[in-house]
Each structure stands twice: as structure tokens, then as C-alpha cells.
Ligand binder design. Structure first.
Ligand SMILES: [Zn+2]
Length: 249
């Protein structure tokens, strides 16, 4: 998941370049900055907004190949759609993808997809309501994606959002899904045990591990007699490979 860093603007800037609070949060609008200067990354766009953009414009997130920077909370009605008091400005959350020279545009688009997916989940916005800036005003934005000549088309971007949906949907139908990277790094998302052997009976319990940011190293994946994968850890113990308990770090 792309890192999201907040650099929220002051209230006086909210007053000068937005229509204040009341954003209905029904849409997500995707833009590209069209600024190809090497320095025009997400951090720079975040600072531009925090320092008071001289243009009467505002947007919630700037995302590049390294991070996403959030400038406004979702309840703010930013001026980014060019549709006056229409749904674009009033009921949409705006994401600007950076196209700075020297940046990895394809990675920036992937990061934007992860960010958009997170906003969709947090605000319960459907895929159909993820639109281009073009949708609101006819502007040629996001221009690189619209041209399809820079690595991703809009359709591919939407496909990426669908894929992320499938991966992060809680698995209700298939019982268990397992960590399969061998070796790799994991984090614990639900408390579980480290065992001295693969059969995971109580006698084999070594120590409890709590959910948290600690990163554990998987040396290799072994299987029990019935084929259930177990993670052999660097400290010689075995842990569950079930993604209900652990995730890739
Ligand atoms: Zn735009």
C-alpha cells in the first residue's frame, strides 16, 4: 500500500481556495498534474497547496512514484473539476497523479490506484463513480492516461482497481488463503502462536505473537501431512501461513 502522508492546509487556505465543508463524497476524480518539471513531485504539490496556491484551485491528494500527500480532508469541497457548483467540485474527492520528469510514471499510476482503492473503501464509493477530470468539464485530463501512450490506459487503470478489490475483499466463500512467498517478510495482523513443530498442538507452543508492526522473516514454507502450509521462521519456530493472521510486510 502506498504511504499516505498528511500535509493539511490551514483554515485560511481552506477559506480562500475551496467551497468549504459539505463534500458529499460520492465520486473520486483522477487527474494528472501535466507538470513535467523534475521537482514537481507529490511533496512539492503538497507544499504548493500548504503555502497558499496562487491559482484558485485545490485538490485532496497528490501522488507520485513514492508516496501520496493529502492536503485536504475529504469533507472539503475542493476546486478541481471546473464544473462550478456541480458534482465534480462539490461531491468528489480529487487525486492528482504527478508526471514529473525522472519519476516513474507507471509506479505513480499504480500508487494512485492503491490510494483510490482505499478512498473507495473508506467512503463506500463504487468503481463506476471513479471518473476522469474530463468527465466533469471536458478537459483533456488525465492526459497521459487518456492518450494511452505512457504505459496505462484509463481502462487499465479501472482494471487495476478491480484487481485490488478482489485481493482485499474479506474471504467469506473460500475458507483460507495462505501466504506463499518463500522466503519473505510478514507482519502479524491477528494474535497467533509460534510453535516448535508443524502440527501446531498445544505442547508445541513456544510463544504468543501479538498483532503489530513487527516484521518477521520467513525462511521457507513447509507443509503439514495434509498439505497445510506452515511458515518456518528465522528463529526456528513455525507460524501459521493463514492470511487471517498474517500479511506480507
Ligand atoms: Zn485535472
Amino acid at each position: 500500500m502506498v504511504t499516505i502522508r498528511k500535509n493539511l492546509v490551514s483554515q485560511s487556505i481552506i477559506n480562500s481556495v475551496t467551497s468549504s465543508t459539505g463534500n458529499g463524497r460520492k465520486w473520486i476524480t483522477v487527474h494528472e498534474t501535466d507538470n513535467e518539471r523534475a521537482t514537481a513531485n507529490a511533496d512539492a504539490h503538497g507544499r504548493l497547496q500548504a503555502n497558499g496556491n496562487s491559482r484558485s484551485a485545490s485538490w485532496h491528494y497528490s501522488v507520485d512514484d513514492k508516496e501520496a500527500v493529502q492536503s485536504f480532508n475529504h469533507n472539503i469541497r475542493c476546486w478541481a473539476a471546473g464544473d462550478g457548483s456541480g458534482n465534480g467540485n462539490y461531491n468528489s474527492i480529487h487525486v492528482e497523479i504527478c508526471v514529473n520528469e525522472g519519476g516513474d510514471y507507471k509506479k505513480a499510476v499504480k500508487n494512485a490506484a492503491e490510494l483510490v482503492k482505499k478512498i473507495m473503501k473508506d467512503e463506500n464509493i463504487s468503481l463506476a463513480n471513479v471518473v476522469q477530470h474530463n468527465h466533469w468539464s471536458g478537459k483533456n485530463c488525465p492526459s497521459k492516461m487518456r492518450s494511452g501512450k505512457c504505459g496505462y490506459t484509463w481502462a487499465q487503470f479501472k482494471d487495476m482497481l478491480k484487481e485490488i478489490t478482489t485481493v482485499s475483499k474479506p474471504s467469506t466463500t473460500n475458507k483460507n488463503s495462505y501466504f506463499t512467498t518463500n522466503p519473505g517478510k510478514i507482519k502479524v495482523i491477528k494474535g497467533c502462536w509460534q510453535y516448535s513443530g508443524t502440527s501446531f498442538n498445544k505442547k508445541q507452543r513456544e510463544q504468543k505473537v501479538d498483532a503489530g508492526p513487527t516484521i518477521y522473516t520467513v525462511v521457507k514454507i513447509e507443509k503439514t501431512k495434509n498439505g497445510t502450509p506452515r511458515l518456518l521462521m528465522k528463529n526456528g519456530t513455525f507460524m501459521t501461513a493463514n492470511k487471517k493472521y498474517i500479511e506480507k510486510a
